[in-house]
Design a binder for this molecule. Structure first.
Ligand SMILES: [Zn+2]
Length: 402
């Protein structure tokens, strides 16, 4: 090299050029870093309508932003090649990085996904107003259950309003045709050891069978007083509250449907209405409804069967003074003074749907009178016999390795 440096004035342009060269070289990694950082921001900004990145530097970054604007507007970041982005040939690696970063976002969820996630996080934290609304809703639901108890206590001779309120029934998420709450009460097994059969027990599917509802409350009281037993019980004490409480009690629900003919048994479509016409003479008390499971009360019972997944279902009726049984497993010979007398099933009956179609044993207790309660001794004997049968059944299933 022949350039001789004479003085500082001659040196300065060279130094200046060198500095410029140095700066232009060392800027690349800086820009790259910035671009990498901005890659995520590019995506975020696409959500925020490409507002300021927060980076304040130079034309390269402006070009990247322009590139991101293109990317966002095309809504197809993965297909944008570095060469398509003008003004920053040296920064092609940056865009590769940007693409990679964007590609990591689920393809169908780019950009907006980030917004959705942040919204989800916000939704997990209900506002004070939302909490107040939920609280108010629960208060109204509880009030509705209390009103139901007032109605039941005033209607049934052997159950007082207090008897009902004491059971702490809970609203179970559904209403009858006339907007009465459908309520339940769960009793958990006394011990986690030993037998843990789940039993779904219901009364009053026919609204005018008073004793079938009253006996639910008597048995709930026995359970409470005894501190529970080995079984998980779900009580549905009055599954047709409108039939019981709308003026004169009736068998059907408020839509005039016999709920015990409205279950979606496999033969419903071909047989239910035909049976009603030909075998009952279109008796309105046996009307199965226009379609299977057309009634909210029936849909609610089905939901309880699905959620609670019972191993045994007990349904209480009156006044035929017998014990009926549908489904698998060994039927009890007797419960109290009710003796086994299997009647067979009807299209749309609970025994048909749950017992035969779903394979859940259904015990049907037909109390001797709809209007007169069994004696206290009989109520207790029936309960003890039911427990004994459950116990025998559980033990035989355990022996069979079920
Ligand atoms: Zn009945």
């Amino acid at each position: 090299m022949k350039i001789e440096i004479q003085n500082i004035k001659e040196i300065s342009p060279i130094i200046l050029l060198s500095v410029l060269l140095f700066v232009s070289c060392t800027q690349l990694p800086i820009v790259e870093e910035s671009a990498e950082e901005s890659a995520e921001e590019i995506v975020q900004e696409s959500v925020e309508e490409n507002t300021d990145t927060g980076l304040t530097d130079n034309t390269e970054l402006v070009s990247v932003e322009e590139g991101s604007a293109t990317i966002v507007s095309d809504a197809d970041v993965g297909q944008v090649l570095p060469s398509q982005v003008e003004g920053i040939p040296a920064a092609s690696g940056e865009l590769a990085t940007a693409e990679e970063n964007v590609e990591e976002v689920e393809p169908g969820l780019r950009g907006p996904a980030l917004e959705t996630e942040s919204q989800l996080i916000e939704e997990e934290l209900p506002s004070v107003e939302e909490l107040a609304r939920i609280n108010e809703e629960m208060r109204i639901q509880q009030r509705n259950v209390d009103i139901l108890c007032e109605e039941i206590g005033n209607k049934l001779g052997s159950i007082s309003v207090e008897d009902c309120l004491t059971q702490d029934l809970e609203f179970a998420g559904a209403y009858s045709v006339n907007a009465r709450p459908l309520a339940l009460r769960d009793f958990h097994p006394r011990s986690l050891e030993g037998v843990k059969t789940r039993v779904l027990i219901m009364g009053g599917i026919h609204g005018d069978e008073y004793s079938s509802i009253s006996i639910m409350f008597k048995w709930m009281s026995l359970l409470r007083e005894s501190g529970g037993n080995n079984y998980a019980w779900r009580f549905l004490p009055s599954v047709n509250p409108d039939g019981l409480l709308d003026g004169q009690a009736i068998r059907q629900n408020a839509s005039g449907v016999d709920l015990n003919r409205n279950f979606p048994s496999e033969d419903w479509d071909i047989a239910a209405l035909e049976y009603w016409r030909n075998n009952t003479g279109e008796n309105p008390r046996r009307y199965p409804g226009e379609a299977a499971a057309s009634e909210p009360e029936v849909r609610w019972i089905i939901e309880q069967i699905e959620k609670f997944d019972p191993e045994v279902i007990v349904s209480v009726h009156a006044p035929y003074h017998l014990l009926d049984f549908d489904g698998p497993s060994q039927a009890p010979d007797k419960i109290g003074d009710l003796y086994l007398h299997q009647l067979g099933v009807y299209p749309g009956s609970l025994g048909n749907y749950a017992g035969l179609d779903l394979g859940i044993p259904v015990v049907t207790l037909e109390l001797p009178s709809a209007g007169i309660m069994p004696s206290i001794e009989q109520i207790e004997t029936m309960w003890i016999d039911m427990l004994a049968w459950l116990n025998t059944r559980s033990q035989s299933e355990q022996r069979a390795g079920l």
